[in-house]
Write a protein that binds this ligand. Sequence first.
Ligand SMILES: [Zn+2]
Length: 175
Amino acid sequence: MQRQPLPKQVDARKLCITNAEINATATVQQLGRFAEGLASSEGEVLAELKLFRGEQGFYRIDGHALAKVEVTCERCLTAMPIEVVSEFALAIVWTEEQAKALPKYLDAVILGEELLDLEELLQDELIISTPFVNYHDIADCKATGPTEYPAPEGAGSEEKSESPFSVLGSIKPRD
Ligand SMILES: [Zn+2]
C-alpha cells in the first residue's frame, strides 16, 4: 500500500467524518521524545491510522504502529535492534469529564478546536509500548560470549542488581 510521510497536524474530527485512512512513515528522529529512550535515533516508524465515527457517535482513531529501532542491552550496554509494536483504540473527546466516561477499551485524546498533532500522538503510543529494559538473546550478547575467560569477580552479583550504568548506557552518545 502507498505510504505517505506522516502528516504533522490534521483536522481529526473532520477526517473521522470522511472515514480517512492514513498509511504513513516517520523517522525516529522526527519523534524526539520516543528517540530519547532509545540507543540511537536511527530507525523508521510505519503507522496505519483509521479515523471514523464509532458507536455512540464517538470520533475514533484506531491505529497500528511498528517501529524498528535500537535500544540498549542492559547486560552488555551495547545497542540491539528491536521492533516496537503498538496497537491503539482512541476516542477524541472535548473534556476531561468525557474522557473519564469512555468505555474501558477506549483511550481518550482530549482535543479542542485545534488540530491534532500526529507526531505527538504517535510518540505517546510508541513510548507506552517500548519495553523498559531489554536484553540480547544470550547467544548474541557481548557480555555472555565464549566463556574461556573466568568470569570477573562480582559478575554474578551484578546480574541481580540494577546496573548502575543503565542510565549512562542509554544516554551514551552514538556515532
Ligand atoms: Zn547484550
